[in-house]
Design a binder for this molecule. Structure first.
Ligand code: TXA
Ligand code: MG
Length: 351
């Protein structure tokens, strides 16, 4: 299969190019497009065969449900049994934007989209290219992140081509995505609503609208199946080289990373380091490949750099990655810390 890469202006996309991509989606094609979080790989959500081709192209297990993207809350009505008041409130504040809501699925949505669950994940993205595409296609679009399964999500069109070139029909190249981590997934079918995946919208901002929203997994007695997003079970977002995540006070982490780097270098290994500018001072003078995440005070910068940095270490062919964990758990840091932990093969806690 030939993958066509079509450049579009990220703010004012050319309607003719959008129309081409929309037509491709309508006939069951696989089209990658930018959203404000990461690139998505879209298919017509009501076309079961196209949905199956999507799972195949990504190498994604069938038990990992997809997010259905629509241009407005109204476009979600035919897909869900109801939109509870809490969901309406969240939508009024955060849609279009990086929030995904789990709602009760109507049978019009193929069960494959939801991996057999009776719920469906709905998101109204804000990116002008995503909005234009959804409006032109005029069908709901199921879109996971446009990476091969378990690899870091793509924040550039080149990331999509690296992973999926030759396996999909088209990539709309609208430049770098701005947020860099995926949408926040919140389950509105439970009381209280539960955040299943921390993401671009912080728990604090959700709670400002709905104080009851929690990240707590509440279980009834005797039930030991944890309520988490099914796709969150497996290793995710990882580069090819194993990542060791160092967690603890800054000075101790820096010493430990420097020692580990020196040991690996002595063994003749190619070492990659993933750290903020301040933490990367730790390995000054050592011949390692550094992917910096930016200023440790700027969560937005760190989030937007995270996946590109992981992919840069892959491209440099490192044998292992030493990563310094983030030291905060508020706002966007929660999502960044979550993705780092999922990318890590092991965690070293220094005290
Ligand atoms: O920012 C994003 O959300 C990006 C862009 C492209 O929209 N998409 C994305 O999709 O990250 P994906 O497939 O990589 O992640 C979807 C997440 C998974 O954790 C999945 O388990 C969860 O949403 N999910 C989807 N449907 C669900 C459902 N019915 N119940 C619970 N979790 C669900
Ligand atoms: Mg993904």
């Amino acid at each position: 299969m030939l993958t066509e890469v079509v450049r579009v202006d990220p703010v004012h996309p050319d309607p003719h190019r959008i129309a081409l991509a929309a037509a491709c989606l309508r006939r069951g094609g696989l089209v990658a497009f930018p959203t404000e979080t990461v690139y998505g790989l879209g298919v017509h959500a009501l076309d079961r065969d196209a949905v199956l081709r999507l799972f195949d192209a990504k190498g994604r297990p069938a038990n990992d449900p997809l997010i259905v993207h629509v241009s407005s809350i109204e476009a979600a009505f035919p897909l869900v049994v109801e939109i509870p008041t809490d969901a309406v409130r969240l939508a009024a504040r955060f849609w279009p934007g990086p929030l995904t809501m789990i709602l009760r699925r109507r049978s019009s949505v193929p069960s494959e989209v939801s991996a057999g669950l009776d719920t469906v994940a709905i998101r109204v993205p804000a990116h002008p290219v995503a909005q234009a595409l959804l409006r032109a296609a005029d069908v709901p679009v199921a879109a996971p992140s446009a990476n091969l399964f378990s690899r870091p999500s793509p924040t550039k069109a080149s990331h999509v081509v690296d992973d999926l070139g030759g396996r999909i029909d088209m990539v709309l190249d609208g430049g770098d995505t701005s947020v860099g981590v995926e949408s926040t997934v919140v389950d509105l079918t439970t009381d209280p609503p539960v955040v299943l995946r921390p993401g671009a919208i912080s728990l604090e901002s959700l709670q400002a609208v709905l104080p009851s929203v929690t990240t707590r997994v509440t279980r009834t007695a005797g039930e030991d199946a944890p309520m988490i997003s099914p796709g969150m079970l497996s290793k995710h977002y990882a580069p090819r080289a194993p990542v060791t995540l160092y967690r603890g006070p800054a000075a101790r982490v820096r010493t430990a990373v420097r020692q580990a780097a020196a040991v690996a270098l002595a063994r003749g290994q190619r070492v990659g380091v993933l750290a903020t500018t301040a933490d990367s001072a730790a390995i000054e003078g050592l011949p390692v490949v550094v992917a910096t995440l930016g200023d440790e005070g700027e969560a937005a910068d760190v989030a937007s750099r995270l996946y590109a940095a992981l992919r840069e270490l892959d491209a440099a062919g490192v044998d292992l990655v030493l990563a310094c964990d983030v030291r905060r758990d508020d706002g966007l840091w929660r999502a960044i810390g979550d993705r780092l932990s999922r990318a890590a093969a092991s965690v070293v806690i220094v005290e």
